[in-house]
Design a protein around this ligand. Structure first.
Ligand SMILES: Cc1cc2nc3c(=O)[nH]c(=O)nc-3n(C[C@H](O)[C@H](O)[C@H](O)COP(=O)(O)OP(=O)(O)OC[C@H]3O[C@@H](n4cnc5c(N)ncnc54)[C@H](O)[C@@H]3O)c2cc1C
Length: 428
């Protein structure tokens, strides 16, 4: 619940300490039916880490477009956050999508990039055919020594991923990859890049996505392997890691470094649907995780606004005395609360094993559009000061603006939802 309470502690290390009688926002708590003592401890620890250790780094580095420093990555590893959803037997915390999203909201409240880097572990890039290697990679993923990047998008394949043109051709025991990828976050700093490639053309009448596979390009952190080059794209926000435009010119990948997916039986567990179910769960989880990050950003904007409305005076009053601004704040808080309730519900359903593709698309759509509205309104409440890098609200707004674009745009989420409600359109 978002409420306000009189507390004499500064939650914002970069801002001037609030006056003794300043009302500070009470952060969200877990009520029934979501509350467990373990979750409450996890939430409190994540919140303290975010506000004490992440926020000051974000305030210092984001204006310089500085990446998440190594020390912060190590702390995320120490806290177990790279393996929240990885089974305890494989070195993870053995928790669910609910806890993953709950921790991510806390981190995004401080710096969205830090919440995002968690999505590049959690077992990503471990779904190889060899069971022993898979377990070793899972352990590394949980420890934060197997952090990846995902290269799906291309200059001419964004929403329409079936149009991927990057080719992989078998040559002896290797795949040889040639093509152009765009928007690959964390590519250079990663331990691996999961690359979506075309290995065959669909036959007439077959789906255009037929013949697409994910390869696992293993690499050294901080460099590109032979045949791979690129440049970082200059973005509006999301500065915690670099986003790359990549050229693959005959990059060699061992044949076994193929990600097991839709319809494969390469896991050798006799379940040919396992790959497909995992891929679908991955996508649904990614959408709910994005919703949680959006809630974290919007909440940051609300919390900053609560302070600013008391700090700033005009016409002889704190601007928080004006009803128009009080009501704007109330609208913002209600929207954040609604989106949080929705993402918790969908995360819970995913943990229960309910296939909820439509609900995951709905919560991604609603929460990210909400974050754009709320951070925009927060900037308005901050007046001219909101439009400066002296205040954090501009970072929340810049980062929120991305959330309706990446991980599938709002229009693509609407397409998923409406396809579940109507006969498929010939244009879909
Ligand atoms: C900062 C950033 C980081 C990213 N990180 C990664 C990453 O790590 N890895 C990766 O692979 N990709 C990444 N992406 C790419 C991202 O997923 C794409 O930008 C996104 O999927 C949209 O594709 P596009 O930019 O080509 O837009 P387009 O697909 O060209 O869309 C343009 C507009 O048309 C709309 N549109 C398209 N098709 C339809 C349709 N059928 N119906 C209605 N509207 C439609 C879109 O919603 C959008 O409004 C990142 C992007 C950004 C900006």
């Amino acid at each position: 619940m978002m409420s306000t309470a009189r507390r004499p502690a500064a939650t914002d290390p970069a801002a001037d300490a609030p006056a003794e009688d300043t009302w500070l926002p009470e952060p969200p708590v877990l009520h029934s039916p979501w509350h467990t003592p373990e979750r409450a401890v996890l939430q409190e620890r994540a919140r303290r880490f975010a506000m004490d250790e992440v926020l000051p780094v974000a305030n210092e580095l984001d204006p310089q477009k500085g990446e998440i420093p190594q020390r912060l990555l190590e702390r995320l590893g120490e806290l177990g956050y790279f393996g929240i959803t990885i089974p305890a037997g494989d070195g993870g915390l053995g928790l669910g999508v609910f806890e993953y999203c709950m921790v991510s909201e806390e981190l995004a409240r401080a710096w969205m990039s830090v919440a995002s880097i968690l999505a590049r572990s959690q077992g990503m890039g471990t779904s190889v055919a060899d069971a022993e290697r898979r377990r070793e990679l899972l352990r590394r993923s949980a420890a934060g020594s197997w952090i990846g990047a995902v290269a799906l998008s291309e200059p001419d394949a964004g929403s329409d991923l079936a149009n991927v043109q990057t080719r992989a051709v078998r040559d002896g025991d290797d795949w040889v990859v040639t093509g152009h990828k765009r928007w690959c976050g964390n590519a250079k700093a990663a331990d691996f890049i999961q690359v979506l490639v075309r290995v065959a053309d669909p036959r007439p009448g077959e789906s255009r996505s037929r013949g697409l596979r994910n390869l696992l390009l293993t690499k050294e952190r901080g460099s590109f392997p032979a045949g791979l080059s690129g440049y970082p794209i200059d973005k509006v926000g999301y500065h915690g890691f670099l986003t790359w435009d990549l050229t693959f010119d005959g990059v060699r990948i061992p044949a076994d470094d193929l990600i097991v997916e839709a319809g494969d039986d390469a896991r050798g567990d006799g379940d040919s649907g396992a790959g497909f179910r995992e891929a679908q769960k991955f996508l649904n989880t990614a959408r709910v995780h994005t919703a949680a990050r959006a809630v974290g950003l919007a909440r940051a904007a609300v919390e900053d606004s609560v302070l600013y409305l008391q700090e700033r005076e005009q016409f002889g009053h704190p601007i928080g005395d004006f009803q128009a601004l009080r009501f704007a704040l109330a609208d913002m808080a209600a929207q954040v609360e609604q989106a949080r309730s929705f993402y918790r519900q969908v995360a819970h359903l995913l943990d229960e094993g309910v296939p909820c593709e439509r609900e995951a698309a709905m919560v991604k759509l609603q929460a990210t559009e909400m974050a754009v509205r709320v951070t925009n309104q927060a900037m308005q409440l901050h007046g001219g000061n909101g439009y400066t890098t002296e205040r954090q609200v501009e970072r929340h707004w810049r980062d929120a603006r991305l959330t309706t674009i990446f991980e599938g745009t709002s229009e693509i989420q609407k397409r998923i939802i409406s396809n579940a409600m109507l006969p498929r359109s010939p244009l879909s």
